[in-house]
Write a protein that binds this ligand. Sequence first.
Ligand SMILES: NC(=O)c1ccc[n+]([C@@H]2O[C@H](COP(=O)([O-])OP(=O)(O)OC[C@H]3O[C@@H](n4cnc5c(N)ncnc54)[C@H](O)[C@@H]3O)[C@@H](O)[C@H]2O)c1
Ligand SMILES: [Zn+2]
Length: 373
Amino acid sequence: MEWLYKQPVEVVFGVNKLAEIAQILQEKGYQNGLLVSDPWFVQSGLAAQIINDSKGCIKACFDHVTPNPTVEEVDECAQIIREKGYEFVVALGGGSALDCAKAAAVVALSDKDTRAFHSGGEKLPSEGIPIVAIPTTAGTGSEVTCISVLTDTKKSFKAPLASPLFFPKMAIIDPVVTLTVPPYVTACTGLDVLSHALEGYWSKNHQPVCDALAIYAADLVFKYLPRLYEKIDDLEARTKLCEASVIAGMAFWQPKTTGSHACSFPLTNIYHIPHGEACAFTLDAFIRINAEAEGGRVHELARKCGFEDAYSMADKVLEMKRTMGMKTTLEEAEIELGTLDALVEGSMHPNMLNNPVEMSRDDIKRMYLNLGK
Ligand SMILES: NC(=O)c1ccc[n+]([C@@H]2O[C@H](COP(=O)([O-])OP(=O)(O)OC[C@H]3O[C@@H](n4cnc5c(N)ncnc54)[C@H](O)[C@@H]3O)[C@@H](O)[C@H]2O)c1
Ligand SMILES: [Zn+2]
């Protein structure tokens, strides 16, 4: 077996690490930067605090990234970077703010719009400005991936865009900033972490380093997500979830995601289900479907996480979803049977080809109809 493992992002991790932002930026020689964030961080005061703590290194804030950022938002942010000549970006937020900043940092160095790269087949520029990522959810792992997931509302198209230039130069992971994540978002994002770990592990492109990272991250989610949901200000559980998130990011970006993420794109696009909940919607089903693939590897992961087999791990995922108020059936998601064919079609996203068990349109339809049963 041949494999390659790469991870170019420098990661600093720790409670209250953000207090060191000025020193971190100064050591890198970064002096004229733009903060990219979403409106919640303006309201909460964290954006202003970070600008202040940066001791002049960060000059302003692009503050209106929305969940599932659009190609137009990236264009707007890139235009500001171009006009003001910013030399680096600091991305503060969940996956949405991170992905918008990552794409803008590269699109800013071209004269084309983001759509040209996202769906138009154009090659991204060969240069970008440096990115520093501060994830505030645990989460997407976007701080250690070369992926930016963008939505084109005009084309009703949500898809990842990838470039080595999207790798942040540095990720600053401070679990304290995740303390304010509300319970529902904590559940969604925590299950996204689990999806990354499991999908990175069973992807057709899996490899030993990512396998080890995936098992470690999945085990942490099973141990700490139910506990965190019970006690939402538990800093130790928050810290462990942040650890799981960044490690799951390292586990999936190379093998790439599979069935559950492929299905998540139309679930978010058509039915507006947030990313993590959309991934979790089919995760227990894919655990069962993939259980027998490749010599029982999924059973092996399940046993390493303390389950009897993959089926009992799938039961646990379904139980966690129910406890945390996630949608578990088509009825709960208000998906009408008349629209199911469009959902199935959208689920035939290229990532479905990474799933270890080949899925036909009929298989996917049957899976959707049997969810939660
Ligand atoms: N680039 C990647 O590798 C990658 C991987 C998986 C998913 N994604 C993408 O990331 C996006 C989802 O990101 P997400 O799940 O982190 O959610 P998000 O960034 O969309 O944030 C969800 C909500 O939580 C709020 N929030 C975030 N942090 C908070 C905090 N600390 N306190 C209070 N509120 C907070 C935000 O303001 C927002 O309203 C999707 O577009 C998804 O497709 C990217
Ligand atoms: Zn995800």
